[in-house]
Design a binder for this molecule. Sequence first.
Ligand SMILES: [Zn+2]
Length: 270
Amino acid sequence: MSEGYRAPTAGTQRVLDGLHSRGNVRAPSSFLPGVLARVGLQDAYWQQGTPIGPVYVAYGEGGVSAVRQTSSPAHFEEWYRARFGRPVTQVARPPRPLADVVEQRLGSDAQGEIEIDLRGVTAFQRAVLQKTMEIPRGEVRPYGWIAREIGRPGAVRAVGTALNHNPVPLLIPCHRVVQTNGRVGEYAFGSAAKRAVLEAEGASPDLLENLARRGVRYLGDTEDHTFCLPTCAGMHRRLAEPRFVTFRTPQQAVSAGYRACDVCRPALAS
Ligand SMILES: [Zn+2]
């Protein structure tokens, strides 16, 4: 008996008995791994199209466990076993609800509930990753914002490390976290990929870089006197209108009579 083996539960056993009783009815080759993954006996993965090309998405009993770009299925399987200590088997298609929700989260504004397996990460990493999931599509937040929001303002570098080890890039949108100076910065799939995903989501990386180069980290609305991070949904719309001013620091905004937007909470980004 190999280490990590768990005796099938009654429900699992029924599924396995059901499979056995299929007799010589031949299941599609992808069927068995898919079923075993659903009942928690074996992890499975499939190839999924994304704005930055195909990625491999793996899942098991705890939900989606990994998203990764590798040069071949064999490399993915090797990497998966090294990182998680268990094998993973390719299936042509994942179970329907999972396929739909992954598709939605990767490709549109609709954000269905998704189960992500974060059992292998520390409490700090989990806090970072969960906070990252709150960043809306089309917006970005600095590393320092995440650190402050989770109550660890001094841990900016550790936030970067936690995001680098994000097991499920794209699904947990670590691409929406940018450098504290506003530059787009690095990414697990490379900085060109980060720019491409942000562009596809409607957060203009060119605009972000342009503002960062000019030292602009906050925008103030000249009508209601609130100030925001540049991609805050409300502020982004106003960029088309000549009704905003720019600030380099929260202090500068506050002393000009502006108050922090309570949606993007920009004062936490300093
Ligand atoms: Zn705002």
